[in-house]
Design a binder for this molecule. Structure first.
Ligand SMILES: Cc1cc2nc3c(=O)[nH]c(=O)nc-3n(C[C@H](O)[C@H](O)[C@H](O)COP(=O)(O)OP(=O)(O)OC[C@H]3O[C@@H](n4cnc5c(N)ncnc54)[C@H](O)[C@@H]3O)c2cc1C
Length: 427
């Protein structure tokens, strides 16, 4: 049995390692057109600071570690087409050499491509997105000498970049079309997050950019009727599924533009699976498709595809559950499962419950179905994002109703009590 996996991100690596754990004998080959080994997708702030650094290295994914598990990695090799009837792939390597590779089972984990709004000037030097390490190095170079930077988009990446650039002493302008993390956070949570933005990041809310100005390189950005001048413009406006190869293979593409997959990540072609940013997953509550371009979801889908591809029967229930976590503006920001906005898009009616813990500078939103089942949660907290997130996740996974299993007073309260018994009031 020969399993071939295309893609060296969390989806591809998880598929390879899960397949190996289930099948000690299968031949497993992982193909990637990247040439830099085993790196974390550059979180934008890390990319700015360490574009070539070992800080982005993931030891568990190195060629050597994978080889020890008898997973072969072929770097610098691009898959250009395939014959799903003959079960062969056509590839070309970095020196232009073509080859044909056969497979019994195939996993596509080809990731996403930056979604940049269409407008004049987006190709000018000094306008950037971050998707790969090459982008990271280029962006790091531009930003070294830039004084004024405009960031378009107030999602995780945009805010993380704004925070880091502010710390680096740049003038930062953040263009926010409607509100902060509009699809991920309830409106009061968005407002709370905005209130935590430190001076130094100038927020422009309510308008969309119309065009990038400049002739040889970027000069500014027109937003509304105003031209804002800048040395660099960063579009942090999300990703779309990279389905270039999937389309060549004739795989079915869904209404959201991702590869259509079933519960075990199988595609419309026999023996071909797809995972990660290139697919649309089925929301288990609404049965509707959704895009879930986050690393944790890619890894869970990869595990499912890897296990199934080598004959495992297990179907995991958490493949379409997402968790995003970051620490920005000295705040833990956690988004789990559905917000009321994504739920409403999927036709699910919700109620939102808010909890405040001023002592911990925490605000929590819990999203339940009308019959009280927890389907999502959001946390903004000075330092306790993880323990609170854990409780939310556990309740979503167990299908618990909030009335049966209310959120515990966060564990840190107990730790705080202990400390206060020893030390006296700690505020
Ligand atoms: C700047 C940035 C920061 C992020 N931060 C976070 C975070 O903090 N937490 C989080 O959960 N997620 C984060 N994400 C999202 C996360 O990185 C992605 O969801 C995840 O990498 C998707 O994994 P994947 O396996 O689907 O694809 P990718 O990781 O995108 O990998 C795609 C792979 O496919 C290969 N490939 C594509 N086409 C071909 C071809 N034709 N032939 C050969 N190889 C091919 C590529 O070279 C690459 O190796 C971030 C993303 C970005 C861009």
């Amino acid at each position: 049995m020969k399993l071939v996996i295309i893609g060296y991100g969390p989806g591809g690596v998880a598929a390879a390692t899960a397949a190996r754990a289930f099948d000690r004998d299968a031949e497993i080959l992982l193909i990637t057109d990247e040439t830099i080994q085993a790196h974390r997708k550059p979180g934008s702030s890390l990319a700015l600071e360490f574009p070539d650094s070992e800080k982005l290295f993931i030891a568990d994914w190195s060629y050597d570690t994978l080889r020890k598990k008898r997973i072969e990695v072929s770097p610098g090799v691009r898959v250009i087409s395939a014959d799903t009837g003959e079960r062969t792939l056509q590839t070309v390597d970095s020196k232009g050499k073509s080859s044909t590779i056969s497979y019994d089972k195939l996993v596509l984990a080809t990731g996403g491509v930056p979604a940049v709004p269409e407008m004049p000037g987006v190709d000018l030097p000094g306008v950037h997105t971050i998707q790969t390490m090459v982008d990271a190095s280029r962006i790091g170079e531009t930003l070294r000498d830039a004084e004024t930077v405009i960031i378009v988009g107030a999602g995780f990446s945009g805010l993380e970049t704004a925070d880091r650039l502010r710390e680096m002493g740049k003038d930062v302008h953040l263009i926010v079309r409607s509100r902060f993390m509009r699809r991920l956070l309830e409106e009061p949570m968005s407002d709370e997050l905005e209130s935590r933005i430190p001076p130094g990041v100038i927020v422009h809310k309510g308008s969309s950019p119309e065009r990038v100005t400049g002739t040889d390189r970027v000069k500014g950005l027109v937003v509304g009727s105003e031209e804002m001048l800048a040395d660099a413009v960063l579009f942090m406006t999300g990703v779309s599924p990279n389905t270039e190869l999937a389309k060549t293979l004739g795989l079915k593409i869904g209404s959201l533009g991702g590869v259509v997959v079933g519960p075990t990540m199988e595609t419309s072609a026999d023996g071909v699976y797809a995972v990660g940013d290139c697919v649309e997953l089925m929301d288990r509550l609404s049965g509707k498709p959704m895009l879930l371009p986050v690393g944790s979801a890619a890894a869970r889908a990869g595990r499912q595809a890897g296990v199934t591809a080598v004959g495992g029967k297990k179907v995991y229930s958490d493949t379409a559950l997402k968790l995003q976590y970051d620490r920005i503006f000295n705040t833990d920001i956690v988004c789990i499962g559905h917000s009321s906005i994504t739920a409403s898009g999927a036709g699910i009616k919700t109620k939102t419950h808010y909890l405040d813990d001023p002592a911990e500078f925490a605000k929590i939103a819990l999203v339940t179905t009308k019959d009280d089942r927890l389907i999502g949660g959001q946390v903004l907290s000075a330092r306790m994002g993880a323990p609170i997130a854990y409780q939310i996740l556990e309740r979503i996974e167990s299908g618990a109703k909030l009335s049966e299993k209310p959120l515990l007073k966060p564990r840190h309260e107990r730790i705080k009590d202990l400390l206060e018994n020893m030390l006296g009031p700690i505020g």
